[in-house]
Design a binder for this molecule. Sequence first.
Ligand code: PNW
Length: 576
Amino acid sequence: MAVTLLTLLLFAGARSVSCQYNASTAIATPSKTTSGSSAFVTNFELSLDDYWDLFVGPVSTFSINTTVEPTPIPSSSLIPPPPLYYPSFPIGQQVPLQAKNESWSFPKDFWYGVAGAAYQIEGAVKAEGRGPSIWDVLSHRVPSYVITNETGDVADNNYYQYKEDIARIAALGIKAYSFSLSWSRILPFGSGQVNEEALRHYDDVIDTCLQYNIIPQVTLYHWDLPLYLQNSYGGWLGSEIVDDFTAYAEIVFNRWASKVHHWFTINEPIVFCGFYPLPVGFFKNTTIPPKQQPYVCGHNVLLAHANAYHVAKSVNSSLSVSFKTNGGYKIQRTNSSADAQAVQRAWDFQEGWFANPTFINGDYPPLLKDYVSTFLPNFTEEQKAHINGTADIFAHDAYTSDFIMAPDSGIDACTSNSSHSLYPQCYNTTKLYANNYWAIGPAGDPGTPWLNKATDWVPAFLHYMQDTWKPKGGIAITEFGISEPYEELRKDLASILIDPIRSSYYHDYLQAILIALSEGVNVVGTLAWSIYDNLEWTSGYGVKFGIQYVNLTTQERYFKASAFEYVNVFNVYLEK
Ligand code: PNW
């Protein structure tokens, strides 16, 4: 009861709370909170531990809880698997991996790597001064938000086993490792005093990459918002986030700009802004209408990203800095003009939402602007100039493609009716061809209904991105991968490790990139998602994206067949 009351007070008064975080005492001091008409005035002090106890509660830990040296990688685990592909007709054709198409190649400096993200892999959530993030609350407190009720408390224990993780990808021949920083490790309350232990941790992650000749690529924000910022002003719904993200970016770039060249500010705002509205009753309330919340979030994302970009460039103008976005190729399902309009709506509401402002003109694409200008302030000319040009490469997490069509009721009936289920986007998607029979390609796991293998459209997609947004530093596929269907149901190691759908996905996707490269599209790198199986957000650990399997009981890692498929294509096609 006491906790509930305190919680209510915290939410009610959050706007007037000012938090001072003092490293020596680890005390957050919400100074004065006033609760609406009942006019409670309270003063209380919360330590970081209190904050954890109040909002998250007890967390799990793992037996390996100090940084460990890499265990030797058995040479037997580095032998590639037997081939998965067999000659197709005509008889006499060679096995594709052994047959080299001489007109294809990856340029010498093409970087190919693997990716992960802090909350999904690190574990050690309360270790060494980390503050809670919204995902600690979502996973611990909101029943079935993660459908399996699992948490990131231990995850892959990467916080302690990163040396092994980096050694393993180096042994495979991987060139780059993309990971995200936990904002609430570095700033436990999101702003204020810096947690030096977190800085030293990431110092060593970066130094370990460099020691193994792995290119570190760092994302500042991959969805794990410091809880305090959500409770204070609504997180990405509050304009205060712009200054707080900028201050965080200053700390990060000042610390690591000399060691890290490849930077991503913010991961997939389309997805995490779409998490708003957050579940009611666990965070500060907001009066912003639910359908508008993702776009308010996106507005602040653009301003925060642009600031971070300029901070980075002021520290070192040669850094590569971009945001990461997601989407996919939009295939017009029929040749009707309504479906053609739907396709344009889809580009404008997905890729265009963040790519037009940053690559084209500092402003939203026309069809999106029609909607958001009814409640968002227009960007000023100054803001447009500040936002335009703030992505050095087009960093796209391009997993799949969709057929796009007009809503059954037609586009106009949707755009004029704010309670239409497809409003405000007002386009529909499907994985089925217009015959309503065949899927676009093999499906991933049922836990990821948005994802089928659709690699045939990758060359067209890459052309579209280059022609539309003209990124000066080229395009990188900063996440791609597939959830091997029903992998969770396989119980013996040998059957887990051969992942044919994922292997053929990487095989065909990389051939598609080779085709696009041969046609003049400037693709500069790829990052496979994911370095290993991890917490797949609301789907829990049962949906697997890893090119390595992790035994979550022992925290042992094993290469899957897809890891070799991924690397092999570069062994064959990378210019020497
Ligand atoms: C990405 N979609 O999320 C995230 O960056 C990762 O953290 C996540 O684990 C990975 O992809 C796999 O899901 C996405 O609907 C979620 O198109 C949804 C979509 C794309 C990416």
